[in-house]
Design a binder for this molecule. Structure first.
Ligand SMILES: Nc1ncnc2c1ncn2[C@@H]1O[C@H](COP(=O)(O)OP(=O)(O)OP(=O)(O)O)[C@@H](O)[C@H]1O
Length: 610
């Protein structure tokens, strides 16, 4: 039966959906099986060991039966020694061989499974991170994560245990029945009439009980969600005085959990009684019938003993198949979901860093020419309609417009996260299609609104802009980004761990880290997605100063939310519902009394004043 997993990443494996096993699904998983190929030597050796150890296991009831008969002075098995000592010694030698073989079976199987699984995990992960942005738009991170953890753990389980168990149980079943028949055809016949009926009933009962316990687990998970939600939003709970409401909600769900669990316990009790009664009943019946045969001289006591042990083997093997088959179905389902990712078409980005070095330099001239774009996931909504503009090398171009007008979408198109349905984007007068994807992304940097820091040190986070940068370079970038001061104020300085498990940095501090990152990257084109939530004035001054340093000497596309920051821009593009409705510098645009820019400026000015 399935044992504990060696390296599983998920507890939700029990809920993994099953898939039908048919010719098509087997064809599908062939590709995954090919991951075993590099380790096939060990895999075959492991299989041989498994086969051997299963065969040897079949010998033990014979040894034990012979021991009982020999003790009574009968030499029933001519293939075995005639003395108790002889049989005992032989049994121990065989036992030793089996232990030896079992060790290598487990070692080799686990080695093959772990290595091939690491290969599949690596490939799946590489594929995932090189998939186009659109792929991520339709899926939740949790779901993708579970493919790498839960689905692959299920496949790993199948490779390490389920497959081995199926083979072993099959050998025990077939071998066991053969040996049973050799001992006594009559008894075997009696047993084979009873056993399958018992097993079918037990399996159905077992499934029913599992369903109930899953219900209880789901309810419990629901109750955990309440705990999680309320603890995460504890400030809200307190502010709205919702303690009593949450307590009632939690109490109700706990009551449901208890009710379901108690219902499950009743069925489990019935099941246990049934198993005890029927299983032991069957044992009693077989031994009773066997004893009758012994009393008539048709069977020796040793043979009856041997028979009972083989019967246990056969029963256990039969009983294990439904679960093993269910595991196999889950593994097929998991394989199909993993293959879905492996079969996706990735972007043209190599996973070798050397292949991604800049081959074609970009000097910073950017142009949109009649760009029309709709997100593939929402093709009916044209987000950008015939956008044309130019930004010459070194210019500052600001994009302004109401929320949802398409500003961030333009940034995504410059970064080649998506491609226009019609029209083109030019870099230095050359169509973006003429460049490799990595050449463009390597020479465009973005400082986003909300900066994500990776779990690691500040040093590592800045170095993300240029892998291989030395510490002096990183510190120089941090100094230019006005970040050095706050970093060195931490006791661990640049080695301070940030991210989910580390020190929490303020919005302004994170932005300055992102600026240092971008400085290190030294891009020809810079995209600034201005933070909407305003920083305090000191923090804003530090960020603004750092941005000035960063923008010097490169083309900057500024997605502006606060119009006060873009007065000096060379060009301001006003976007509304995906159309450019005004272009010019601040003076020109403000002069247009009917213009949206003037209206938005006034609005912000008034809001700031009030
Ligand atoms: N990944 C996406 N898939 C589908 N539609 C999207 C996606 N991202 C944005 N949109 C839609 O495209 C339109 C433009 O969005 P965009 O984020 O470019 O606007 P924005 O001007 O940057 O807004 P904001 O100032 O609020 O950031 C919106 O209608 C939005 O709903």
């Amino acid at each position: 039966m399935a044992r504990g997993r060696l390296n599983s990443g998920s507890k939700s494996e029990a809920e993994l959906p099953k898939a039908k096993i048919n010719r098509q699904s087997i064809q599908n998983i062939r590709k995954l099986v090919s991951y075993i190929r590099p380790y096939r030597g060990k895999f075959i050796a492991g299989m041989l060991c498994l086969f051997l150890s299963s065969l040897v296991a079949l010998a033990f009831p014979t040894f034990l039966g012979a021991l009982v008969d020999t003790a009574q002075g009968k030499h029933s098995n001519k293939l075995l020694p005639a003395t108790l000592q002889g049989i005992g010694a032989l049994a121990f030698i065989v036992l030793f061989c089996q232990a030896f073989v079992s060790f290598f079976r487990i070692l080799w199987f686990v080695q093959v499974a772990e290595r091939s699984l690491a290969d599949i995990r690596r490939d799946t992960y590489f594929k995932l991170i090189t998939l186009p942005m659109n792929f991520f738009a339709n899926r939740r991170v949790g779901e993708l994560n579970s493919r790498i953890s839960a689905d692959l753990s299920q496949i790993q389980d199948t490779l390490t245990t389920t497959l081995a168990e199926i083979i072993r149980q099959f050998v025990l079943l077939v071998g066991g029945i053969v040996f049973l028949a050799i001992v006594s055809i009559k008894l075997t016949f009696a047993l084979l009439l009873m056993l399958p009926v018992l097993i079918v009933v037990a399996v159905f009962f077992g499934r029913f009980i599992r369903k109930i316990s899953r219900e209880a687990q789901d309810k419990l998970a629901e109750s955990n969600t309440i705990v999680e939600e309320t603890l995460q939003g504890i400030a809200n709970v307190k502010a709205f005085v919702k303690e009593a409401y949450e307590a009632t909600r939690y109490d109700k769900i706990l009551r449901d959990v208890v009710n379901i669990a108690v219902k499950g316990a009743k069925f489990r009790g019935i099941f246990a009684s049934f198993i005890v009664f029927c299983f032991f009943g069957a044992v009693v019946a077989v031994i009773w019938y066997g004893s009758v045969l012994v009393s008539h001289g048709d069977l020796t006591i040793g043979a009856l003993f041997k028979f009972t042990l083989y019967a246990v083997f056969v029963g256990a093997a039969m009983g294990s198949f439904p679960e093993l088959y269910a595991n196999l179905q889950k593994a097929v389902g998991a394989s199909e979901r993993v293959l879905e990712i492996l079969d996706e078409h990735g972007e043209d980005v190599s996973i070798n860093a050397e292949d991604n070095l800049i081959k074609q330099k970009i000097y910073g001239n950017l142009a949109f020419n009649n760009v029309v774009f709709a997100y593939p996931s929402r093709s009916e909504l044209t987000v950008l309609k015939n956008i044309s503009f130019t930004a010459d090398a070194g210019q500052r171009v600001a994009i302004v417009g109401p929320s949802g007008s398409g500003k961030s979408t333009m940034a995504a198109l410059i970064l080649q996260f998506y491609h226009p349905q019609s029209g083109s984007i030019y870099f230095d007068g050359l169509d973006a299609e003429e460049y490799s994807l990595t050449d463009i992304r390597n020479q465009v940097a973005i400082v986003p609104q909300d900066v994500l820091l990776f779990g690691g040190t500040i040093l590592e986070n800045i170095a993300y802009g240029k892998l291989g940068a030395d510490k002096d370079e990183i510190i120089a970038a941090a100094k230019k980004a006005n970040a050095d001061q706050f970093i060195t104020s931490f006791p661990e300085g640049y080695d301070t761990v940030v991210g989910e498990r580390g020190v929490k940095l303020s919005g302004g501090q994170r932005q300055r880290i992102a600026i240092a990152r971008a400085l290190l990257k030294n891009p020809a084109i810079l995209i600034l997605d201005e933070a909407t939530s305003s920083l305090d004035s000191e923090s804003e001054r530090l960020v603004q100063e750092a941005l000035e340093v960063l923008m010097k000497g490169r083309t900057s596309i500024i997605i502006a939310h606060r119009l006060s920051t873009i007065r000096e821009a060379d060009k301001i593009i006003v976007l509304e519902k995906g159309n450019i409705i005004e272009t010019g510098n601040h003076q020109e645009l403000i002069a247009n009394e009917q213009g949206l820019y003037r209206y938005l400026s006034q609005l912000q000015f008034e809001t700031a004043q009030s």
